[in-house]
Design a protein around this ligand. Structure first.
Ligand SMILES: Nc1nc2c(ncn2[C@@H]2O[C@H](COP(=O)(O)OP(=O)(O)OP(=O)(O)O)[C@@H](O)[C@H]2O)c(=O)[nH]1
Ligand SMILES: [Mg+2]
Length: 605
């Protein structure tokens, strides 16, 4: 298959947009799409998934393409949150250059470092975009210096150090080469891409090599593979060979080919070298494997996927309220759905050998998003408290470690240092940035679990904290955390305002009046470290002789409503988080006090 004598061979540039979370990747991609006419509706964003829109973050890497001055630019918008970092790494393997977006006020952050390090290692020459120069406290020159230093520290070559810079206000679709330039559009960046990014190699007559860097799923087509055609062409009529990562070769056909056009996919009959495309037809294809048209072709080097760092159990909902609002409530249905998830969620691992499915992922957000997706689809389930994965390396117990960067007002630095040190964090860097203190710690993931909520309240909601997994290191021993106990309901029924009013001085409540509770459900926490059995449904004793003034109206503090994220963070080992489409409840694994006592006795003996 050839492009045909009369088909104009269009140059292709393949780029990924990478950055720390929230630095403006998607906004920048959206601006490029709008200004090149790739999308005509301004309300269309690359963040299109419901959870992405709700949270304002990118969860899934997405492909798009635009046409600019006769060149096709394939763009991959990547997620900035560190839990999805391995997705970015895979993308980086398959493109020709990266746009590194950096917030002009925050400067480089942990994920900037992670994605830049990976890019430099792969030999990319990034174009740096200093974004958000309109922010009140923006300091583009300082941000540039910091980025330069980071390149240097990461061992950039001279060529890489000589990176191109663009200053931008993505929100307004404005980019410029120099801060003093006048500009009202994004074209300076697009021109820079044409100037600096090498065109994708096009050698259609070579034997085919297609390698996926991402997977998708379609109810009719099954597994979809998104990847790059390194050499040759793909069309629907030929026989193909899949070179699996285990060394086997499978024969098969390609049923559909899609190219990216704007943010949509367009079905085509054939696709050519240099392009990024999506194909259907190989139901077992995995990331990093190679499709060829000649079984003798050498496969592309494989792409490794980062190992999970945390694990927890997913079990069927067996609480007294199970089946009240879910469509799918059996263990078999949950298992089926989780198997389907493995089709696309590459960083996830699941052990199905027991009735409690052991789910392992890259971090709390990775798991939280999965649970949120399940409940939205109508599933009910319970999950146990997340634990870190301990690995034995050369006979030594190892655990995952993270690098945490914290930006806080100076007055809060003391409390953060104290708490992170207790959790076995070691400060590696401290700096003053604007009127804030920036501190960097290395800390076991174990020490960070459950810390976020404390950090938010310790810094009065004002601090920024972000963490990136840096690998497995020797286990550092027991970590003592601030312990709060649970208030456990000893009765079933509707909670009454009167009894909640009496309970609220003892801790903070997760429920309000009229919430239905069951025996063993956790209705709040106690500021004292121990669990406490409480009766939230007890009404006021009626007496014949009411003292005047004893009937004063009660005022209840608004409860701390549980979300999946908060639940995962605060729950203890002997609890389950019960998640249904309409509710998130915390409960003891053993619902009655007698069962709990029996259990703790048997654990002790
Ligand atoms: N002031 C200002 N805000 C901006 C600019 N660009 C983006 N933002 C805002 O920054 C926030 C984050 O932007 P996104 O584009 O979603 O960031 P992102 O890098 O894609 O984030 P993740 O994909 O979640 O990592 C949004 O509220 C944007 O409106 C800018 O140039 N100036
Ligand atoms: Mg984004």
């Amino acid at each position: 298959m050839s492009r045909g004598l009369f088909i104009f061979i269009m140059e292709i540039r393949n780029i990924a947009i990478i950055a720390h979370v929230d630095h403006g990747k998607t906004t920048l991609t959206d601006a490029i799409m709008q200004q090149t006419g790739a999308v005509t509706d301004e309300s269309i964003s690359m963040d299109s998934n419901v959870l992405e829109l709700e949270r304002g973050i990118t969860i899934y890497a997405k492909n798009a393409s635009v046409l600019y001055k006769g060149t096709k630019i394939n763009i991959v918008d990547t997620p900035g949150h560190s839990d999805f970092g391995s997705e970015v790494e895979r993308v980086l393997r398959s493109i020709d250059s990266v746009i590194l977006v950096v917030d002009a006020q925050e400067g480089p952050m942990p994920q900037t470092k992670y994605v830049l390090k990976k890019s430099l290692e792969l030999g990319h020459k990034p174009i740096v975009v200093i974004n958000k120069i309109d922010k009140h406290a923006a300091n583009p020159d300082w941000a540039y210096e910091q980025v330069f230093q980071l390149f240097y520290d990461l061992g950039a070559t001279d060529e890489q150090l000589d990176f191109a810079v663009i200053y931008s206000i993505s929100k307004l679709g404005i980019a410029k080469r120099n801060l003093t330039d006048e500009s009202n559009n994004i074209t300076p960046l697009l021109d820079m891409i044409l100037e600096k990014v090498s065109p994708a190699k096009q050698n259609d007559s070579a034997p085919l090599r297609f390698q996926p860097f991402n997977l998708g799923y379609d109810n009719f087509l099954g597994r979809l593979a998104i990847g790059r055609i390194y050499d040759g062409t793909i069309d629907l009529k030929k026989k193909y060979y899949l070179k699996k990562s285990n060394g086997e070769t499978e024969e098969g056909k390609i049923r559909k080919i899609f190219i990216f056009k704007g943010s949509n996919r367009e079905e085509v009959e054939s696709a050519f070298s240099g392009d990024i495309v999506m194909i259907a037809g190989f139901p077992d294809i995995n990331i990093g494997e190679t499709i060829c048209d000649d079984p003798e072709t050498d496969p592309m080097p494989n792409i490794t996927i980062d190992e999970p760092t945390i694990t927890l159990d997913f079990v069927v909902n067996n609480s007294p309220f199970s089946g009240r609002d879910g469509k799918y409530v059996t263990s078999a249905q949950l298992g089926e759905r989780l198997k389907k998830e493995l089709e696309v969620n590459v960083g996830l691992k699941i052990d199905f050998t027991k009735n409690e499915f052991k789910v392992s992922g890259r971090g709390e957000l990775h798991i939280e998003i999965l649970i949120e997706n399940l409940r939205r689809e109508g599933y009910e389930l319970q999950v146990s408290a997340p634990n870190v994965i301990i690995k034995e390396i050369d006979g030594i117990k190892n655990e995952p470690f993270e690098e945490v960067t914290v930006d806080v007002k100076d007055e809060f630095s003391g409390v953060v240092i104290e708490k992170l040190s207790k959790r076995k964090g070691i400060m590696t860097h401290m700096d003053k940035i604007n009127d804030q203190t920036r501190m960097v710690f290395e800390i076991p993931t174990r020490g960070l679990l459950g810390f976020r909520g404390e950090f938010i309240s310790d810094t009065k909601g004002d601090g920024i904290m972000c963490a990136t997994v840096i690998g497995f290191k020797p286990f550092v021993g027991e970590i003592v955390k601030r312990s709060v106990g649970s208030m456990v309901s000893m009765a079933s029924g509707k909670a009454l305002g009167y009894s909640l009013f009496n309970l609220q001085p003892r801790g903070s409540l997760y429920i309000g009046p009229a919430t239905e509770v069951y025996e063993g459900m956790v209705v709040g926490n106690t500021s004292k470290g121990l669990d406490m059995n409480v009766n939230p449904i007890k009404g006021k004793q009626l007496t014949n002789m009411r003292a005047s003034g004893s009937d004063e109206a009660i005022t209840l503090t608004p409860p701390r409503n549980l979300s999946v994220g908060i639940g995962l963070e605060i729950m203890s080992e002997d609890e389950y988080l019960e998640v249904t489409p309409n509710s998130v409840r915390l409960r003891k694994k053993y619902l009655t006090e007698i069962e709990r006592k029996r259990q703790s006795r048997s654990l002790k003996s």
